[in-house]
Design a protein around this ligand. Structure first.
Ligand code: ATP
Ligand code: MG
Length: 448
C-alpha cells in the first residue's frame, strides 16, 4: 500500500492537534492493525500523538507547538503570551473579519501579524508534522493521501458547513507555505521573523484549490465507536469533553451508514480550559487576596504550568496539593463541587446529556429498539463526574437499556505504540473515526 490508498483525518483541537490515517476501505473491512494514529510530536518528551496547538512570536522567530509553550513560559514575566485556543476563533459569526484582526501586542509585539497569518502558520506547522510522521511510516511514505478531511464541531447550530470554504482556504495557504518552508517549520528554534512575512505572502499567491472533507467531530467519534468496538448498538450518544468545547450528539446506525439526530446536538463552551480557570480562581482565592500583583501573577503562572497534574489529582483522587513558596495550598473536590461556575457547568452538561438521550430513546422506540450506548471521548472524558453521568443515565429503565462504553479499545495497548497511545486514546478517537468514516458521513467537501 501507499498513502495513495489511505484517508487522512486532521483533528485541529483547541489544546492539541491530532491526526490519523486509515485505508480507504476501512469502513467496509475494519482492521485495527491498519489504523495509524500519527505521531505528530515525535517520540521525545510530551505525548507523541498530541501536538500542542500553540504559536509564540519571539523577538527573532515564530515558534510552534511545545517549543512555543516553553518559550512563552520563559517570557511570561515580560507580559508575553503564546497564542493558544485559536480554534475557538473559527466559530465566531463573522469569521473573515475576525481573521483580519491584528494579534494583540502581548502575542505579537512586532505588530506584524493578523490572526489569519498566525493560524495559517500553525496549520503549516501541523501539516509539516503530518508529513514527517508520514515519511517515517513505510506504508504511508512518498505519496499524497487519497482523501483528506478535517474534523470540526457543529458550530453555530449547524452552520459549520458554511464555514468550510473559509477553513479550506486556510489549509490551502498552509500547504503552499509548507512547500516553501519545508522542514524549517519543525525546527525547535522556529522560523525567523525576517523570512515569515515573505513566506506568508508567497503562500497567499501560490495557494491552490484544495479538496478536503469536513466531518463533524461527533460523527467522527460515532464512526469510531460504531466500528472500533466489538459490538455496538444502533443508537448512541457521544459526549466529547475537549479543551474548548463539550459537544454532545446522538447518532443511529442503519445499514452501513450513521445518521445524526440533529435535535439532540449540543455544544457547551465549558470544557477542560473552563475547569482550569475555575481551579485557578479557587487556588488564588485560597492563597489570600492581599498579595501583590506580582505574587498573584507568579501563582497564576505556577498553576497553569502544573494544571494538568492539579486537575487530575482533584478529579480522580479528590484532592490536590500545590506547593507555593513556603506554603502548601490544598484544594479539594468538594471545593470544586461547591463552586458556582463549576456547578453550572455540571448542570448544563447533565441537561444536554439528558436531552440527547431522550431524543435517542424516542428514535429507538420508533425503530423498535431498546439499547442505547453512551460513550465519552476527548481529554476530559475519563473524569469520574463525566463517567458517573454516563453510568447513571436517566431513562425509562423498563423500556431502554443504556450501556456506557469505554473509549479505549484493547488494540490501543499494542507494543508498537510504546505505551503512548492508550492513555490518550479518547483524545484520538475523533481523528481515527474521521479517517475510517465513509464519504457519505461528511458534512461538506469530498473526494479528491
Ligand atoms: N486525564 C485527564 N483528566 C481530565 N482532563 C484531562 C485529562 N487529560 C487531558 N485533559 C484535558 O483535556 C483537554 C484536552 O482534550 P482534547 O485533546 O480532547 O481537547 P481538544 O481536542 O484540543 O479541544 P476541543 O475538542 O475542544 O477543540 C485539556 O483541557 C486537558 O487539560
Ligand atoms: Mg477535540
Amino acid at each position: 500500500m501507499s498513502a495513495a490508498s489511505w484517508t487522512l483525518c486532521i483533528d485541529f483541537g483547541t489544546a492539541f492537534s491530532k491526526a490519523a490515517a486509515a485505508p480507504l476501505d476501512s469502513w467496509a473491512r475494519f482492521d485495527p492493525a491498519w489504523v495509524r494514529p500519527l505521531a505528530l510530536a515525535g517520540f521525545e518528551g510530551g505525548n507523541a500523538f498530541l501536538l500542542p496547538s500553540a504559536v509564540f512570536v519571539a523577538d527573532e522567530a515564530v515558534l510552534f507547538g511545545a517549543a512555543a509553550l516553553e518559550r512563552a513560559e520563559a517570557y511570561a514575566r515580560h507580559g508575553r503570551m503564546a497564542l493558544r485556543s485559536f480554534k475557538t476563533l473559527l466559530s465566531v459569526s463573522d469569521l473573515d473579519r475576525a481573521l483580519k484582526t491584528r494579534a494583540p501586542t502581548a502575542i505579537d509585539p512586532h505588530r506584524l501579524f493578523t490572526m489569519r497569518d498566525l493560524i495559517v502558520l500553525y496549520l503549516a506547522f501541523l501539516s509539516a508534522a503530518i508529513g514527517r510522521a508520514q515519511a517515517e511510516d513505510p506504508e504511508l511514505a512518498g505519496e499524497r493521501f487519497a482523501n483528506r478531511r478535517y474534523a470540526a464541531p457543529a458550530w453555530r447550530s449547524g452552520d459549520s458547513a458554511g464555514l468550510h470554504t473559509s477553513i479550506v482556504a486556510l489549509f490551502s495557504e498552509a500547504e503552499a507555505l509548507v512547500e516553501k518552508a519545508g522542514v524549517r517549520l519543525l525546527a525547535p528554534e522556529g522560523l525567523e521573523i525576517a523570512a515569515v512575512e515573505q513566506l506568508l505572502s508567497e503562500a497567499r499567491s501560490a495557494a491552490r484549490p484544495l479538496q478536503m472533507g469536513l466531518i463533524f467531530e461527533a460523527s467522527a467519534a460515532a464512526a469510531y465507536t460504531s466500528i472500533g468496538l466489538e459490538r455496538s448498538a444502533a443508537h448512541m450518544v457521544v459526549v466529547d469533553v475537549g479543551a474548548g468545547t463539550t459537544d454532545i450528539a446522538a447518532m443511529f446506525r442503519s445499514g452501513g451508514r450513521i445518521y445524526e439526530l440533529p435535535q439532540a446536538r449540543a455544544t457547551l463552551k465549558q470544557a477542560g480550559e473552563f475547569i482550569d480557570r475555575v481551579i485557578a480562581n479557587l487556588a488564588t482565592e485560597a492563597s489570600g487576596s492581599q498579595r501583590s500583583l506580582q505574587k498573584q501573577t507568579a501563582l497564576w503562572n505556577l498553576l497553569m504550568r502544573q494544571m494538568q497534574d492539579i486537575k487530575e489529582s482533584l478529579l480522580y483522587d479528590g484532592r490536590a496539593l500545590l506547593r507555593y513558596g513556603t506554603r502548601t495550598l490544598v484544594l479539594k473536590w468538594s471545593d470544586l463541587e461547591r463552586d458556582r461556575d463549576f456547578a453550572e457547568f455540571r448542570r448544563n452538561l447533565q441537561h444536554a446529556f439528558d436531552h440527547s438521550l431522550a431524543v435517542a430513546c424516542r428514535h429507538a422506540h420508533l425503530e423498535k429498539r431498546s439499547e442505547i450506548q453512551v460513550i465519552a471521548v476527548g481529554g476530559g472524558s475519563g473524569a469520574p463526574f463525566v463517567q458517573d453521568m454516563l453510568r447513571h443515565a436517566r431513562v425509562d429503565a423498563k423500556r431502554f437499556k443504556v450501556a456506557a462504553r469505554p473509549a479505549t479499545p484493547d488494540w490501543a495497548h499494542a507494543e508498537e505504540f510504546s505505551g503512548n497511545l492508550a492513555p490518550v486514546f479518547p483524545q484520538l478517537a475523533i481523528a481515527i473515526g474521521g479517517a475510517i468514516a465513509p464519504d457519505m458521513m461528511l458534512a461538506a467537501g469530498g473526494e479528491d
